[in-house]
Design a protein around this ligand. Structure first.
Ligand code: 6PG
Length: 479
């Protein structure tokens, strides 16, 4: 077998298969490998005419089919299956060869794998890939980490197969060393969860408070998609809401069980944010909302609890309310992205990744699940000021959220009064108000901590750390 393939893909389930086809359609010779060879041959049989595929059956054959330095993409399940594949292939590779993990790996695993393989001179590139099956085939957003040298030869190939933003820029960049790519993909998914939760809350408000039908709400989302909320998730929401179940003739959304599942990347985003001390409250509420939805026994047992039942508005009131919901959704979305970018910046500082936040916004403009017109403006905000303390420090976003806040509050008042749960909208507004607050009750928290645990506090008028002798004479002592 000649060593002619420029890239190899092992793990040919739907994502791996489509990624392999994408490389081949872009003119690269692609070596194929799968644990069960039948899948490899099926791919060649079905799509062989799309490009130059080299089907292989064993790990040895696969490695031998690749030109040097070898570029080997693994598209298997995160966790143990990824380690198993690395253990299978690493002994067959040589210094300078590359293993690219395109799965949704935890960035800490990626850091460990990168470190271990570096000792063998192998470049390990943890690459977040977003866009689902369609993206993998037609152009995903790609977030590679790993050694920067690997990007010299890998980058142009990834740029070719990636999505292109409206201005033609490829949706891929070298995010940073070791686990930076998978970290950014993790936060991407956390933001994805938040976006989906906020959209869900908007839907429920339009349904329960405004009294619209799913088909009418689909039309509202279609209109929103022509404005500042223009995004893939808003677009597909309209599709899902207008879909009618073939078996019952009912709106599809009414025949699906209301229990959201999750594979775990949103949860990781929150776990890591807790470790880094970054308040990603909007993302956390989205993760908790999914888990609450799944507690069917608890929900069943609680259904009889007292509370208001939402009553529908008149036609003109409903239309005005829908406009307010758009404002609340947009403002809450700004907060989710603010929190997500804060987490990336904290991760970057913690692990010395030097991540360019503007570049991250740029590569999310196309291909990925959270792609949105709005990301162009986030990119512009970071391009104008790379050390922006927060997205809310950008004048344009600050003005927009300020202009939306009256409606945002009004929507929350209606939600609270009518008993519609809106944890995402509420957490976002609480975050906004906490950031604006002159004084927070954290001073009282410090007082309580000092009272029961002598944990000390800092004062507003003097440097140093203080403890009060509670009880007795209440005199203060420097800690
Ligand atoms: C993407 C998606 C993708 C996937 C996740 C989320 O960027 O292409 O985020 O990675 O859909 O697995 O799935 P869950 O909702 O099941 O966590």
């Amino acid at each position: 077998m000649s060593s002619s393939a420029q890239i190899g893909v092992t793990g040919l389930a739907v994502m791996g298969r489509n990624l392999a086809r994408n490389f081949a359609r872009n003119g690269y010779a692609v070596a194929l490998h799968n644990r069960t060879a039948a899948r490899t041959h099926a791919l060649v049989e079905e799509f062989g005419s799309e490009g130059d595929f080299v089907a292989t059956e064993t790990a040895k054959e696969f490695v031998a089919a690749l030109e040097r330095p070898r570029r080997l993409v693994i598209m298997v399940k995160a966790g143990e299956p990824t380690d198993a594949v690395i253990q299978e292939f690493a002994p067959l590779l040589e210094p300078g060869d590359m293993i690219i993990d395109g799965g949704n790996a935890h960035f800490a695993d990626t850091r460990r794998r990168e470190r271990d393989l570096r000792e063998q001179g192998i470049h390990f590139v943890g690459a977040g890939i977003s866009g689902g099956e369609e993206g993998a085939l037609h152009g995903p957003s790609i977030m590679p980490g790993g050694p920067v040298e690997s990007y010299d030869s890998l980058g142009p190939m990834l740029e070719k197969i990636s999505a292109k933003a409206a201005d033609g820029a490829p949706c891929v960049t070298h995010v940073g060393p070791d686990g930076a790519g998978h970290f950014v993909k993790m936060v991407h998914n956390g933001i994805e969860y938040a976006d989906m939760q906020l959209i869900g809350e908007a839907y429920q408000l339009l349904r329960d408070v405004a009294g619209y039908s799913p088909a009418q709400i689909a039309d509202i989302f279609r209109t929103w998609n022509t404005g500042r909320l223009d995004s893939y998730l808003i677009e597909i929401t309209a599709e899902v809401l207008s879909h009618v179940d073939a078996a019952t003739g009912e709106p599809f959304v009414d025949v699906v069980q209301d229990q959201a599942e999750q594979k775990g990347t949103g949860r990781w985003t929150v776990q890591i944010a807790l470790d880094l001390g970054v308040p990603v409250s909007g993302i956390a509420e989205a993760v908790f909302a999914r888990s609450l939805s799944g507690h069917s026994a608890l929900r069943e047992a609680s259904r009889g609890l007292a509370g208001p039942t939402a009553s529908a508005l008149s036609e003109s009131e409903a239309s005005a309310f829908a406009d307010q919901v758009e404002q609340a959704l947009y403002a809450s979305k700004i907060v989710s992205y603010t929190q997500g970018f804060h987490e990336i910046s904290a991760g970057s500082a913690e692990y010395d990744w030097n991540i360019d936040l503007g570049a991250v916004a740029s590569i999310w403009r196309g291909g990925c699940i959270i792609r949105a017109a709005f990301l162009d403006r986030i990119r512009a905000a970071y391009d104008a000021r790379a050390d922006l303390p927060s997205l809310l420090s950008d004048d344009t976003f600050a003005q927009e959220i300020g202009a939306a806040q009256d409606d945002w509050r009004a929507v929350l008042v209606a939600a609270v009064q009518q008993g519609v749960p809106t944890p995402g909208f509420a957490a976002a507004l609480a975050y906004y108000d906490a950031l604006r607050a002159e004084r927070l009750p954290a001073a009282l928290t410090q007082g309580q901590r000092d009272f029961f645990g002598a944990h000390t506090y800092r004062r507003t008028d003097r440097e140093g750390s203080f403890h009060t002798l509670w009880g007795g004479d209440r005199s203060e002592v420097t800690g």
